[in-house]
Write a protein that binds this ligand. Structure first.
Ligand code: GRF
Length: 189
């Protein structure tokens, strides 16, 4: 299973996936990391693991179709079979959807379809939710849309603050994403 990981941020999900690969729990290879933020921390993490990076500035392209065509050429060149979005903060457009039909997945820190988009945890807290969770889903042309593959949730302790809930969400993300990728690599999803 050859994977391209798309990330714009810290890259903790990238690291969890890479660790699962190095520990042979997940039979896969991250062939490149794609980032729309040339200075994102995930980039150094990828390089430290000897993984190729394609970092681009969307503003230097004439259109979304143009930068997605550049991404497509890069990831196809590395032989990527799956696009794994982990904190990539852009909606995937028709160019990449057409190049990878049914083979793009994303992780989102809410129990979708609730709280799509930015600051999902903030949205859930504002709605006074008592249960929090994360979702892994196939990607379609809509924001955090597409069929849900798996979700995991928890009820934090009554005195848990935002930071504690966020840390727990991240931990759950790392396990859930690896579990889903293991299942996809065995084609039993
Ligand atoms: C994760 O919470 C993910 O669900 C969201 O962006 C965050 C990325 O975190 N889409 P990281 O860069 O993997 O640490």
């Amino acid at each position: 299973m050859k994977i391209a990981v798309f990330a714009s941020g810290q890259g903790s999900n990238f690291l969890a996936i890479q660790q699962a690969i190095e520990e042979r729990r997940l039979v896969a290879e991250i062939v490149c990391v794609v980032s729309d933020h040339p200075d994102a921390p995930v980039i150094d993490k990828a390089k430290a693991h000897g993984i190729a990076v394609f970092a681009f500035n969307p503003k230097s392209f004439s259109s979304k179709a143009a930068y997605e065509a550049a991404i497509r050429n890069e990831v196809k060149g590395y032989g990527a079979q799956w696009l794994v979005l982990a904190g990539y903060m852009r909606i995937i457009g028709t160019t990449l959807l057409a190049a990878y039909p049914g083979r793009i997945v994303n992780i989102h820190p809410s129990l979708l379809p609730k709280y799509k988009g930015k600051d999902a945890l903030g949205q859930a807290l504002a709605a006074q939710e008592t249960r929090f969770g994360v979702s892994v889903h196939y990607v379609d042309a809509t924001l955090d849309g597409g069929p849900i593959i798996r979700q995991a949730s928890f009820i934090p302790q009554a005195d848990a603050n935002r930071e504690a809930i966020e840390a727990q969400l991240h931990q759950i993300e790392h396990h859930l994403y690896v579990d889903v990728l293991i299942a996809l690599s065995k084609e039993d999803l």
